[in-house]
Ligand binder design. Sequence first.
Ligand SMILES: NCc1[nH]cc(CCC(=O)O)c1CC(=O)O
Length: 319
Amino acid sequence: MESVDTRTVRIGTRKSQLALVQTYWIKAELEKHFPNLEIEVEKMSTQGDKILDVPLAKIGDKGLFTKELELGMLNNTTDFAVHSLKDLPTNLPEGLMLGCVTKRVNPADALVVNAKHQDKQLETLPEGSVIGTSSLRRLAQLRHHFPHLAFKDVRGNVNTRLAKLDAGDYDAIILAVAGLERLGMSDRIHQVISPEISLHAVGQGALGIECREGDTKILEILKVLEEPESRDRALAERSFLRELEGGCQVPIGVNTSIEGDNLTLVGMVASLDGKQLLKDTVSGNRSDAEQLGKDLAGKLRDMGAGEILAQIFAEVGRK
Ligand SMILES: NCc1[nH]cc(CCC(=O)O)c1CC(=O)O
């Protein structure tokens, strides 16, 4: 059999700083395992990178950050794409698959504050403080716990958002811990938000590598990057989201943990005003990860999640 490291491998990536950091990390890891592998990086612009003046929730999220990368794989100009797993839709185009989930870093959200609030926490920010977030999930949960705060959309990559915060457009913004850490900006993490306050997005903190279905050589190469716990947790979380038919831009949050063979999945669905917040937990063998996600979705549906989501799709003006 021909060895896996005798062909050139081409990685497709977005051009944002975070995407490039993640892609070059994957490239370096693969080069450690396969010193003879030739790896090229193909930088592409996605719709999500181009449309910067419309709130994310209004555009919808069906592959906003992934479509162009997927076309590259389908027409064989690239072999795989590195995504923040949370940006990867739960249903992939025909012919493509989630080939690998890498070891997850801290999946929590972080509060980042304007300098004038250095001495404050989420709990002590003054009434009316303006919090920047483009995520309905963060919005709904924070409104639920802190109805006295004000919320405003913020778009752009991490650097753009931080610049707007520092310029005084916001009192604080919410960003993923993982993104800030990967960009070497851990010093901006003012407070790590606990799961009791805000459950994170499905897949947050892990990288997902998408590739052609049945491309055994690429799948063989990607195996060295796979981390079983992160993979099982991601499968449970993605199955939960898929079952509720929500993308990244719906107020759905999760938290997962594994102890021994037991996987616990916490999930929530909230209304945009934060007044309704449904939350429940399932637990079972990690080999049934996807079934656990479905079970939890069923539980939340029984509690009324379907009505909350239908209301949101009507409000946001799509579906
Ligand atoms: N939607 C943008 C996006 N996609 C992935 C991350 C952070 C890294 C991660 O969650 O893995 C971010 C920025 C953010 O939410 O702050």
